[in-house]
Write a protein of this length. Structure first.
Length: 90
């Protein structure tokens, strides 16, 4: 499914879902609307950059604080979401 979404779509129109035995172990009991096609190894394609850059020192050591971020869809980050994050961090 789109961008490697690793769960059922729940759509009867989707016949198969490409996955692997790590994401979807063969003995799991979760129902799927699709038939699972398990690839050997990992179902995601990833090629690391070459050359891999060196890891820099942790910015928090220099700045004195940790910076948090989110790769979530911007539409999901609402005022209640930010308030909850702030509450958790306090």
């Amino acid at each position: 499914t789109y961008i490697g979404y690793n769960n059922t779509t729940g759509l009867g129109a989707v016949d198969y879902r490409i996955t692997d035995a790590i994401v979807d172990p063969p003995d799991q009991k979760q129902p799927f609307s699709e038939e699972l096609v398990r690839l050997p190894g990992c179902f995601l394609c990833y090629t690391p950059p070459s050359p891999i850059p060196d890891v820099d020192p942790l910015p928090a050591l220099k700045k004195g604080f940790v910076t948090f971020g989110s790769f979530s869809c911007l539409a999901k980050i609402s005022e209640p979401c930010c308030a909850l994050w702030a509450r958790v961090l306090r």
